[in-house]
Design a protein around this ligand. Sequence first.
Ligand SMILES: *Cc1c(COP(=O)(O)O)cnc(C)c1O
Length: 380
Amino acid sequence: MVLGRAQESCSGHSRPTEAIVDLDRIGHNVTYLKSFLATGVALMAVVKADAYGHGALRVSKAALNAGAEWLGVALAEEAVELREAGIAAPILILGPSHDRQMDWAVRHGVDLTVFDEQHLLWAKMAAKRHRTRARIHLKLDTGMGRVGLIWDRLSKAWIEALADPDLHWIGLSTHFSASDTDPGATKTQLARFLDAIEYLRGQGALPSEIHAANSAAIMQYPGAHFTMVRAGIAVYGLKPYSQAVGLEPALKWRSEVAYIKVVGQDFAVGYAGTFRTAEAMQLLSVPVGYADGYRRGWSNVSDVLIGGHRYPVAGRVSMDQITVAVPLGIAVRVGDPVVLLGRDGEEEISAEELAGHIDSISYEVVTGIGKRVPRRYRGD
Ligand SMILES: *Cc1c(COP(=O)(O)O)cnc(C)c1O
């Protein structure tokens, strides 16, 4: 039983580095986003990539409790995980699926995105195997220039193919390329989508769900809401465009001071000595590194919060550790909390701020928080 004890003593993540997700804030953000919608417009909470790093199952439950009607994922695998955990709400796979993924999706009653004849064949085969109908959404490319059938290639042949008895045509969708920054491009895409909708209406072939808006479009373009909207980043309280207000960031990434030493002037810190102390100071070690998603690009540029004050990351970010420079005379102790992302008193380090250091976006910061960082939950 010695081994059993060893396992026990190592379980439960003794390292203090963790991400704390406030599920009440997820609920607040869903409620807030719903306030932009006319009655009858459904909200899909997009929980792909483990709910943007926040934890798909817990976030899904919180979002559904707060009034989201649908869930969106990127992969069949993500949808199956939710179904197997007991989530019964409609789930749409937003990205393309190959034949095996379609089989899993159809078996679990998950909606598929299609935009190619090959997709229809695979969906029909899966439906026949499982003696059911495959639930599908046709995706149009109205200017994103990524996946989707080019909007003006919709045809009678497509409408006939979608009327196949093995298929249940649920939805029509498109995706904006710049609803956060470019109203002109968004209006062009919207006009193309409206053309496609008019064409289908004229053919008496409009499916029941029409959806286009991501977070930035939900908050800025009511004309893009149709019957359903797809909210990702805003569910997590991160700004979908720079002027956005009213959202509450749900995730806090924290650790603790693991070690402190006092050093003199001109002391070299970390790999290659890229930081040298200008005067005597305290160097704090914090157990988080690029293997946890604390990006090496934040070396010598990001700050952390201790006791509600900002202190700089000194030297290179290592795989498992960072060093923080704190002036002499500031009282710090081993075990003091360190906020890497989130609020501490009056100060806040936002995902947008961290993204700005590396020419990135908040999406990449939160989805990049590694598996080694346990997620803990508050609220709900
Ligand atoms: C990820 C994704 C969304 C959500 O976008 P946000 O900007 O995070 O709101 C919506 N639709 C599709 C197709 C997506 O892939």
